[in-house]
Design a protein around this ligand. Structure first.
Ligand code: HH2
Length: 298
């Protein structure tokens, strides 16, 4: 079987010296949370040795990049001071960068934490607050790092308190467009930015499904859309399953998101997601370019 055929408009994502070509291939971003309280893996990778081992495992499973977080963003989570985030991240970043030098992302809304992570070799800042820290854009711009701008209504402490939208897809798209404009105005190159609708961040179950179903309307021309659905509560509520039994539901949502245009999938379950995403890439390519009758009969 040949890989997904070319045909869509070129799409790149620049993350310092790494330039990902997303034209026909979706990236899988593996998650490692160096936290005691994350909703699905809290406490498992707080100790640096455990986090480094998990990071290496996810890379071996085929992750294109890793997202390291030292502060949970689950609903109601308490903020973690920058110094504590750095203390958790530093040994893990050092160990990973001195090895195979993978593409590492830091999941933080703090410019101070982002700056230190970039100094230590991170190549992406994943900012769920989309530049609420007024010095974040400058830090990212100076480094040339990749930047994920995510939509969130309110903050983790309050975001799930009766979220309401008139038209969730339009409001998320407009918000992301404004944040992209703010980032580029502050000097971040547009080709460094990826946009994320923020599944589960200030949204009801129905809002999350609507955002995924209308993914083609989100984002901005020429910029990749990232989605994170892995193990999230909208899947748990739909299937009435606890967090450790949401793999298949997450894979279904990720595959459909990729078919509808997502180009980066953030996940805790890398091996399974890589398989689902590769098939979804083929389906997306097939929709653009129908196979010729003579092609590969297997
Ligand atoms: N979801 C989580 C955290 N960070 N970043 C982006 N860009 N998109 C997401 O959907 C996203 C994110 C929540 O997942 P997790 O990191 O596993 O949990 P916690 O925030 O509790 O650490």
């Amino acid at each position: 079987m040949t890989p997904a055929a070319a045909g869509g408009p070129p799409l790149i994502w620049r993350c310092r010296d790494r330039v990902f070509d997303l034209t026909d291939r979706t990236l899988v971003m593996g998650v490692v949370n160096l936290t005691p309280d994350s909703f699905s893996d809290g406490g498992r990778f707080l100790e640096p040795g455990a986090a480094i081992a998990q990071a290496r495992r996810l890379l071996a499973e085929g992750a294109d990049l890793l997202d390291l977080g030292a502060e949970s963003t689950r609903p109601g989570a308490a903020p973690v001071p920058a110094a504590e985030q750095v203390r958790r991240l530093e040994p893990v970043l050092r160990a990973l960068v001195s090895g195979a030098d993978p593409c590492l992302s830091v999941d933080t809304a703090s410019a101070e934490v982002a700056a230190r992570a970039l100094e230590l070799g991170a190549r992406v800042v994943n900012d769920v607050s989309a530049l609420r820290d007024p010095t974040m854009a400058g830090v990212v711009a100076r480094s040339g790092a990749g930047l994920v701008l995510m939509h969130m209504r309110g903050d983790p402490a309050t975001m799930q308190q009766d979220p309401r939208y008139e038209d969730v897809a339009r409001e998320v798209r407009d918000h992301l467009a404004h944040r992209l404009e703010a980032a580029t105005r502050a000097g971040v190159a547009a080709e460094c930015v990826a946009l994320d609708p923020g599944i589960g961040f200030g949204k009801t179950v129905r809002h999350n499904f609507e955002l995924l179903a209308r993914l083609g309307e989100l984002g901005a021309p020429g910029r990749p859309v990232l989605v994170g659905v892995s193990r999230k509560s909208f899947i748990g509520r739909t299937l009435d399953l606890p967090v450790d039994q949401r793999l298949e539901g997450g894979l279904a949502a990720a595959a459909v998101a990729v078919f509808l245009g997502a180009r980066v999938v953030r996940t805790h379950d890398v091996a399974a997601t890589v398989r689902a995403v590769r098939v979804a890439d083929e389906l997306r390519a097939a929709r653009r370019a129908p196979a010729q009758p003579s092609e590969d009969a297997t």
